[in-house]
Design a protein around this ligand. Structure first.
Ligand code: BMA
Length: 374
């Protein structure tokens, strides 16, 4: 084939997805959910929505104190994205695996939605085969919950509970609150039972598709955008190995944490920058929303980390949002866990500076965007 013709085909393959207006993978998605998707698409290159897991529930040294938020207390503003977690809902527990009561979570979600912010939900569901936690990688679990498997009926009852939660999220006019749901996150790692070494790519793809189809078609849940979410990765093939298909994914993202001491800064910048470039390319090609679905540097020991490391990694990137992991606080005598600073923490002033960058979007700027309207 002539070079010109080849170029034409390559160019068309790149251009055509962009000419087609992005649609939710759920063809019956509610109006607000469709608007959120369209608006997050438009967001590319116009700044990044900053998010924090469990932000309103607790922080370092406090729990359930109305009006508190470590992000607000250090930057002066609430985040633009709120992450929440459903683990243990499948057991009918009143609180999730991190102690957050589900009824409080619903209220926090409603407040966030009414203020124009975005909600994303993960699910560290127990192992349905053994009854142990998400971190119990007993072999054969994914296979067991697929249709035809011995635990498929049980898994469906768990999805019924997720569906009931999602359908209980309503705004003032009775409209369902859109949620970015990211099931089976970090699926290219092997620490969860749905991880790489515990099932084949085909099995996890099937599970992802089954989950989504069941929620949409059997449970009539139409307020979800679906996120496909790996852990750190090295190449597109690695990233896409377990991708369930364009018809099942609205948001594509990955999780990345800086490990080790400050000397690891450069490595974190290079790796994050490269991975962001890769998912942004995939997102453009597939017409999906790119996001940094989880990130952090535990206890942020570097006073300048936000502007001198993270901002460098994010420079020129077009992801729609990013989510810092939770400020659990003291977990034991030897462990304290937090990813955004609290008042007085060594990186607090620098975090405020970071929050004021043009490219960063917190509570005030996100409200103006009216993400749920056309
Ligand atoms: C992990 C830790 C755990 C927590 C889990 C699920 O990264 O923060 O303490 O239980 O996430 O939220």
């Amino acid at each position: 084939m002539k070079k010109g013709i080849v170029c034409f085909f390559v160019f068309s393959a790149w251009l055509i997805p962009k000419l087609i207006i992005a649609q939710t993978v759920d063809k019956n998605a509610t109006k607000e959910t469709r608007n959120l998707l369209a608006n997050l698409h438009k967001q590319a290159g116009k700044g990044i929505l900053f998010g924090h897991q469990d932000d309103l529930a607790y922080g370092v040294g406090w729990k359930y104190e109305a009006g508190r938020s470590d992000v607000k207390e250090t930057t002066g503003q609430l985040p633009a994205v709120y992450g929440w977690e459903l683990g243990r809902i499948e057991m009918d527990a009143p609180v999730n695996l991190d102690g957050v009561p589900f009824d409080k979570m619903k209220q926090f979600i409603t407040t966030a939605y009414e203020s124009g912010s975005v909600v994303t939900i993960s699910w560290h569901l127990n192992n349905p085969l053994t009854g142990k936690t998400a971190w119990d990688p007993s072999p054969g679990t994914v296979e067991a919950i697929l249709p035809g498997g011995q635990k498929n009926e049980l898994y469906k009852t768990w999805l019924d509970k997720v569906a009931a939660f999602m359908l209980d999220l309503k705004g003032k006019k009775g409209e369902y609150i859109p949620v970015i749901f990211r099931p089976f996150h970090e699926l290219n790692g092997s620490w969860f039972w749905w991880g790489k070494n515990h099932c084949t790519p085909e099995q996890i793809k099937q599970l992802y598709r089954f989950t989504e189809t069941y929620l949409e078609e059997t449970k009539n849940v139409h307020n979800l955008l679906y996120a496909y979410n790996t852990d750190r990765f090295t190449a597109s093939e690695d990233y896409l190995e377990r991708y369930p298909g364009d018809d099942y994914v609205d948001v594509i993202g990955f999780d990345i944490y800086q490990k080790g001491d400050i000397l690891a800064n450069d490595k974190f910048i290079t790796e994050t920058d490269k991975s962001l470039s890769l998912i942004e390319k995939i997102a453009v090609f597939k017409n999906k929303i790119p996001a940094l679905t989880e990130f952090g540097y535990k206890t942020v020991p570097d006073a300048q980390w936000w502007t001198d490391v993270l901002a460098k990694a994010l420079k020129n990137h077009t992801i729609a949002y990013m989510l810092a992991w939770r400020n659990a606080g003291r977990k034991s005598k030897n462990e304290i866990e937090f990813y955004v600073p609290y008042r007085g923490q060594v990186s607090a002033a620098n975090f405020k500076k970071f929050s004021m960058m043009n490219t960063m979007i917190f509570e005030k700027k996100v409200a103006k965007k009216k993400l749920y309207t056309k």
